[in-house]
Write a protein that binds this ligand. Sequence first.
Ligand code: TXA
Ligand code: MG
Length: 350
Amino acid sequence: TTLIWTVDKNNPDQNVIDRAAQIIKNGGLVAFPTETVYGLGANGLDGTAVAGIYRAKGRPSDNPLILHVADFAMAETLSAGLPPVAGMLMDKFWPGPLTLVVPRANHIPGQVTGGLDTVGIRMPSHPVALALIKAAGVPIAAPSANRSGRPSPTRAAHVQADLQGRIDAILDGGPTGVGLESTVLDVSGEQPVILRPGGVTYEQLADLLPRVTIDPSILGKKLSRDQAPRSPGMKYTHYAPAAPLTLFEGEPARVVQAIARRAAEQLARGKKVGILAFEENAPYYPQGAVILTMGQQKNPATAANMLFALLRQFDRLKVEVILAEGLEPKGIGLAIMNRLRRAAGEIVQL
Ligand code: TXA
Ligand code: MG
């Protein structure tokens, strides 16, 4: 059975943190909140413990994990040599939702890196995550705490739904903040490349790194089989709710019109239709549809915060199709569109 501990986000009980840390030190698995999504943690220096993460999630073992650290000194022990630009990025964005892919140190178990010669490192800003890593005294390897292929968890209840009985404990620190995973930035090569858009935006990075580029797979729908993605995670279906999702992209007025028409068609066929909409557009959709809103179009941070919870809610409501409004891929909107495209079975460009 899985222990569940409720902790105060800003002032976590040290006794609880110490018990969770002891599980990590003993080779067990603990889910914990970060400012992005919940992570499923194990001792990042213990290959056997890390193998347990893949088992619990049903995750392909060639998809590498991020090592979470509590301070810069711990990060330095994990790299064969931090590129100079890494220090600047750590100063500016850590603790926070930025993962740096750097040359790996030799002592990191192969289970963490999936056989690559690089490793992803991040210092989260969530007080519970930081307290747990400090108490464990080791870097914590942690992917998002969902079953592989499911939307990432932004609440402890999501972790329970996916992993209850498969892991040792869950630290419940309430809903997460950003709601989407960290930005993964590869600084191991000549030019910095964004491998996954997330909490730190392209615009923020480009301010500091004029030569930063975005991996072409990020807004592409599906990779062709011979195109090797630089971030192995990008080749798997992800974030998908149970019902097929159709994403509508383009000018907002056209998007609303096209979704309203498709919804009416599907309702006429007796289907249970879910619509993922911005608040201001909800009144234009048919009454019979299940409409879930993600705040206003002008506040994409709210959409990011709510997206994964809403996808899970469509599952619980047992809708048979989901029609989703897209948004401009700017700022945090780039990360939202990346997750929506990867959840989508069909994309309609208007
Ligand atoms: O916000 C987050 O990053 C959350 C929280 C828990 O920290 N973690 C997370 O982990 O999203 P995960 O495992 O679900 O996603 C990690 C991504 C994957 O796409 C993986 O392929 C990529 O980072 N990645 C990890 N190490 C890498 C490396 N050495 N080279 C390239 N990509 C790497
Ligand atoms: Mg994940």
